[in-house]
Design a protein around this ligand. Structure first.
Ligand code: ZN
Ligand code: ZN
Length: 269
């Protein structure tokens, strides 16, 4: 058990180092805002990086197993065998699209339902944006949005961990969306041109983090078509938001951030 934990911890440190070696130099070359690498809250966000890579996995096991059990009782096995027989690239592409729709609604509800906003406000409390803000999330928020993204993928059988083979689709979805998450939070002044029709960009997600008008836009993680579909897309050609954060203050310490959502509510903003 301890050995497993040590290996996981080492792997996480290695990943962090690789991601840091990609984004820190990029943010120096193409900085959107002038700010320090070790900005306020940097160490807290490192704490979230480790916490959210250990805790949600443990919490997710039970609800995921229940969903798997329930859908396999309701939907015929032949359907799942058929889907499992599709090429990996088709299942992966479909999982990205379906998962994005599930994530979109989980994320949107996290803004619109006050109880969920209490947890999601932690992610929005960052007043400076950079790659590491991607890790800042209350574990409850992380678990909820992950569930919303993965439940439709499991229901459709695009990922079938119960089949006993390595679940490449889930791994690829998590890998791709996590890496993209670091990118869209980064302090980069990059625009993606016509590709922004297909993929989210730092500008797209930075607008999601502003507490000035327009509020509550751009919920998609990777594929902005969902925002276009549901009327929440906002991506002006050359403007960027200047301020980030929440209207109502969020606690600055990690322990307080973890506990605050369980006490009286913050306002959406
Ligand atoms: Zn949000
Ligand atoms: Zn974000």
């Amino acid at each position: 058990m301890f050995h497993r934990f040590a290996v996981d911890f080492f792997r996480l440190c290695l990943w962090l180092l690789i991601i840091m070696m990609i984004f820190v130099p990029l943010e120096r070359i193409s900085a959107l805002h002038v700010q320090k690498v070790f900005r306020r809250g940097f160490v807290i966000d490192l704490g979230y990086y480790f916490l959210n890579n250990f805790l949600p996995k443990l919490i997710l096991i039970l609800p995921m197993a229940l969903v798997g059990y329930a859908v396999h009782r309701v939907i015929p096995a032949a359907f799942y065998s058929g889907v499992a027989g599709l090429p990996l690239r088709i299942r992966f592409a479909a999982a990205l699209v379906i998962g994005e729709v599930g994530f979109y609604w989980g994320h949107r509800w996290s803004h619109e339902i006050p109880f969920l906003w209490r947890f999601h406000a932690v992610h929005h409390s960052a007043e400076e944006m950079d790659w590491l803000v991607n890790t800042r999330a209350h574990p409850v928020d992380m678990v909820f949005t992950r569930l919303c993204g993965f439940i439709p993928i499991y229901i459709l059988g695009l990922s079938q961990p119960a089949r006993g083979t390595l679940d490449y689709v889930s791994l690829l979805v998590i890998f791709t969306s996590t890496l993209w998450g670091f990118f869209i939070h980064a302090n980069l002044n990059w625009r993606l041109g016509p590709l922004e029709w297909l993929l989210t960009s730092p500008a797209f997600h930075h607008w999601h983090h502003t507490y000035e008008e327009p509020l509550n836009k751009n919920y998609s993680a990777m594929l902005p078509f969902v925002d276009r579909l549901f009327g929440t897309h906002y991506s002006p050609k050359s403007e960027w938001p200047s301020r980030y954060g929440t209207v109502a203050p969020v606690a600055s310490g990690m322990a307080d951030q973890l506990l605050q959502p369980f006490t009286p509510p913050a306002q959406n903003g």
